[in-house]
Write a protein that binds this ligand. Structure first.
Ligand code: FAQ
Length: 331
């Protein structure tokens, strides 16, 4: 569909493409295109750092969708009724589909899916902090569906306007599906909040546990974020971590509070003068520890993926045509 792309099917082609990055004229043309709001496509020249950053981000996003399906997946067999079970099955299936779209977008940048999966399984690649916490009760599923999907939509709606064509198009489709997830999550959340005192207490307990990971979800504060400045200059990221976090709090805190659920932070309040939400120190050490592999469920999550890889290898091997060359998709 896009034609004329780089196919990194051998090391020689790859180094030629990378060699082009030092040309200041090409860089100026590239940056002018970004400034005009044009989309960059896989066959277009791009700086090596743009490629590297995009790949890092899209790959982490794809892994997050795959691993993100695991906490919810554990509740499919325990959903409280058939309606909830069917919705959860469909949602988990969607998340895996999102990973497929995102891996395909990442592959256009020159890294094979196999290499990405290997990096996930070895613990080298990162994925979202939030999926390293347990889903202890059914109320956790309501919080994930409503608030993690809500947070993901804030991030993805912004990034969908970004400069890289394949990522931007994948995000547009993902956002449409996520908005259904949000609706089902919101409905489950309101149902528990307005249900029996036991249901309300179960939801409050889940909210208390998820509050901090949710604050962490948008990444470290802008003053600490390593990549934001460059990514925003190249329109890969369309809002800073703090701006996205603030937008999320602005949209969702009133919806949480209006059904009688409280947030476990006495300092959480919107500053009327600045319009910025203020909160207690959310313990960024915990965030960095979790994303480095030391969260409550990191090992369990990777063990499940490793089990799936080992036990599903026969399917991959049966489909493998050993004499065919690997080519990278262009969309
Ligand atoms: N978790 O310099 P920054 C979902 C890392 S999808 C883990 O600020 P950046 C759907 C960051 O990678 C959720 N690591 O980074 C769903 C970097 O480390 P590195 C995923 C994090 O990239 C719903 C370091 O910290 N969404 O939930 C996190 O400019 C329900 C420094 O940080 C995406 O991936 C984190 N939360 O901004 C599925 C969206 N935050 O690589 C199932 C695309 C930061 O140098 C159920 N990604 N780090 O070693 C982004 O928009 C950005 O990557 C940010 C972080 C905003 C997440």
């Amino acid at each position: 569909m896009y034609g004329g792309g780089y196919i990194f099917d051998d090391e020689k082609n790859k180094s030629q493409a990378i060699g082009a990055q030092d040309d200041p004229e090409l860089l100026a043309v590239f940056e002018a295109r970004i400034d005009r709001g044009e989309k960059i496509e896989p066959h277009d020249w791009m700086p090596v750092e743009y490629r590297r950053q995009l790949l890092r981000m899209i790959e982490q996003h794809a892994h997050s969708e795959i691993v993100g399906a695991l906490p919810e997946g554990t509740w499919i067999t325990r959903a409280p009724n058939l309606k909830r079970k069917m919705a959860l099955i469909a949602k988990v299936q969607d998340e895996i589909g999102h990973a497929q779209l995102l891996y395909a977008a990442a592959e256009t940048l020159g890294k094979s899916r196999e290499a990405m999966v290997n990096d996930l399984l070895s613990g080298k690649a990162k994925y979202s902090n939030v999926f390293n916490y347990p889903a202890k009760t059914w109320a956790d599923i309501a919080v994930i569906g409503f608030l993690i999907d809500g947070a993901a939509i804030v991030n993805q709606l912004a990034n969908a306007k970004g400069s890289y064509g394949p990522y931007s198009r994948a995000l547009k489709r993902i956002c449409v599906e996520e908005s259904f997830h949000l609706k089902q999550g919101h409905e489950a959340f309101v149902y528990l909040a307005t249900g029996t005192s036991q249901q309300h207490a179960m939801l409050q307990d889940a909210m208390n546990r998820w509050y901090r990971p949710l604050i962490h979800f948008f990444g470290p504060p802008d003053t600490v974020s390593q990549h934001t400045e460059k990514l925003m200059r190249w329109k890969v990221k369309m809002a800073s971590n703090d701006d996205m976090r603030n937008q999320f709090l602005d949209q969702y805190i009133p919806k949480i509070q209006e059904v009688g659920i409280t947030l476990p932070d006495p300092n959480l309040r919107k500053n009327a003068d600045t319009g910025i939400w203020e909160f207690s120190d959310p313990n960024w050490d915990e965030f960095f520890s979790v994303i480095r592999g030391n969260g409550p469920c990191n090992k369990e999550r990777l063990a499940v993926r490793q089990w799936a890889e080992e036990n599903g290898a026969w399917v991959k091997n049966a489909l493998l045509k050993t004499n065919e060359k690997y080519t990278i998709p262009l969309a």
